[in-house]
Design a protein around this ligand. Structure first.
Ligand code: TXA
Ligand code: MG
Length: 540
């Protein structure tokens, strides 16, 4: 098939619209990624999309519209929540899932009773739909399984000769696919994170559930696309969790081993602009933007993965990414590219420290001398009060996953060991009175602890001043608390810092049970050591 390349002009778009009307396929730019479109009301035209991409037929497509009237033709039962979201975020990078009307062919929705709809803000996309006069079904314009295309050249490389026409347009500003939110049921479910963040959606809706991206074999996927290993470059992507020195050390060792191994794999690092210098003397290093600019990283991510593929690297080491705001979308795409390939250098460090301590009679030789009792005595002298039980406050972000587990583990151990400490927990950005996350509860139940009664709490000044020791999950939490209550900075540190380790306990929020169990295991190990230290230091 000869693919017609069209310019991004009124004339080019007019021609593309004619192609769509006559049942042909057209690649076009949108603000998120390039799309591969066809008339959404024409079953035969839609079939060509699946063929061109090599897309499994059980993965439904997003239908693109250019007016709310078009929505009324294809979807029904538009809820009040959905209307609020449409008012605020359309046109833009948010896809909503509704109950479908009968005129949408079955192959668009892969037989589901719902349809995904998006009103793009890109001018070219808008003009194309307007001129074609029909809704356009379009997945990302890449070969199935490859990173989504954010430049014309990406789509050209994947689909030239496989589609009828392509509009050569601008690079995509957003750079990751739209946020997908299912509003067809009682509670909205976030199926794919994107530029329109969970936090932004939460400002409009009273309840949003984060869909699980992991599926067991017999489960029907909520969003069929989630079961496929998407966004994968040819190279193997591996996420390294740990501090910069840990990561550098690990990569150094890998390179030495690989070179000895005549296999000679070409190793590369994908990282933040600020960290490039750290690795560039070791191996090929590509930056995808600044640590402080999630929009920049989002817009460069897929291009960087393709760039590394062009350099023929075999392994791409990438950093772990937080799930706050837009970072959640970056995390999601990068973790999918890695297909679950995550190496936790922190966990290895905890295990090594635990071994060191258990081998040693003298705990003080293994952990630092920074004594909790000294800190407490000082605080007590200032407050001039005596209390029976000393209190430890565990802090995470939402107080529904990590810190409630830490609290539960600590209290059970403290009681068993007979030390006069009790723990509570709170979050830096928490809602009050939310139940503990289901997976945290399950992970704790597995070790015989029941934390189902826990209710989330937002930190308060009183809470922070009353606690004898405040232990956070990550340095970010510590930094945050230090800006809120600098007067208490002496008693604030990460759980790991207290046992002299430079690691963080990462958030399993939104992940599957395995991640929660990993997190629980990490907390169990750390807290055992904390309690050993408290005992040793004469806490009782
Ligand atoms: O930004 C975007 O959304 C881009 C541009 C071209 O608009 N499109 C895009 O389409 O990313 P695609 O096909 O690569 O991803 C569509 C996602 C898939 O994960 C699919 O499973 C999900 O949306 N989806 C589509 N219809 C659905 C439905 N009825 N229920 C649940 N998930 C659905
Ligand atoms: Mg796609």
């Amino acid at each position: 098939m000869i693919t017609k390349i069209l310019t991004n002009t009124a004339e080019g778009i007019e021609t593309a619209a004619e192609y769509i009307k006559s049942g042909k396929t057209v690649v076009f730019p949108t603000e998120t990624v390039y799309g591969l479109g066809a008339n959404a009301l024409d079953e035969n035209a839609v079939k060509k999309i699946f063929e061109a991409k090599g897309r499994p037929s059980d993965n439904p497509l997003i239908v693109h519209i250019s007016s709310i009237e078009m929505l009324d033709d294809i979807a029904e039962n538009i809820s009040d929540d959905a209307k609020k979201l449409m008012d605020k975020f359309w046109p833009g990078p948010l896809t909503l899932i509704f109950k479908k009307k009968a005129n949408i062919p079955n192959n668009v929705t892969a037989g589901l009773s719902t349809v995904a709809v998006r009103f793009p803000s890109s001018n070219t996309a808008y003009e194309l739909i307007e001129k074609a006069g029909v809704p356009i079904a379009a997945p990302s314009a890449n070969l199935s399984g490859k990173p989504s295309p954010t430049r014309f050249s990406h789509s050209y490389e994947d689909l030239n000769g496989r589609v009828d026409a392509m509009i050569k347009g601008e690079s995509c500003e957003v750079g990751v696919e739209s946020t997908v939110l299912d509003v067809s049921g009682d509670t909205p479910v976030l199926l794919r994170p994107g530029k329109i963040t969970l936090e932004k959606i939460q400002t409009l809706l009273s309840e949003v559930v984060v869909g699980s991206s992991e599926l067991s074999d017999n489960q029907t996927p909520m969003s069929p696309g989630m079961k496929y290993k998407h966004y994968a470059p040819k190279a193997e992507v591996i996420i390294l969790k740990g501090s910069k020195p840990q990561i550098k050390e690990y990569i150094k060792n890998e390179i030495d081993e690989k070179l000895n191994d005549s296999a000679e794999k070409k190793i590369s690092v994908l990282t933040f602009k600020e960290n490039v210098a750290e690795f560039s003397d070791l191996c090929t290093t590509v930056s995808f933007g600044s640590l402080t600019d999630s929009s920049e990283v989002m817009s460069n991510l897929f291009n960087s993965l393709r760039e590394l593929d062009d350099m023929d690297v075999d392994i791409i080491y990438a950093p772990e990414i937080s799930d706050i705001g837009e970072w959640r979308a970056v995390q999601n795409r990068l973790y999918k590219a890695a297909g679950g390939n995550i190496i936790d250098l922190n966990e290895a460090a905890v295990t090594a420290q635990a071994e060191k301590i258990s081998e040693s009679d003298n705990i003080a030789a293994a952990v630092n001398e920074n004594s909790i009792t000294e800190i407490i005595d000082e605080e007590k002298a200032e407050n001039n009060s005596e209390e029976e039980l000393k209190t430890i406050l565990f802090i995470c972000t939402g107080n529904t996953c990590r810190s409630p587990m830490a609290e539960g583990i600590f209290n059970a151990e403290a009681e068993k060991e007979g030390i006069p400490f009790r723990a509570s927990s709170a979050g830096t950005y928490a809602y009050n009175n939310l139940p503990v996350s289901e997976n945290s509860e399950k992970a704790m139940r597995e070790i015989g602890l029941d934390i189902s009664k826990h209710k989330s709490r937002q930190i308060t000044r009183t809470m922070l001043s009353q606690a004898d020791l405040i232990l956070t999950m990550t340095e970010e939490h510590t930094e945050f608390l230090n800006t809120v209550v600098p007067e208490h900075s002496k008693k604030i540190m990460t759980v790991a810092k207290y046992i002299d380790l430079d690691i963080s306990v990462e958030d399993p929020y939104g992940n599957n049970l395995d991640e929660y169990i990993r997190c629980r295991n990490q907390l169990q190990k750390i807290i055992k050591l904390i309690i050993m230290k408290l005992k040793k230091n004469g806490g009782c």
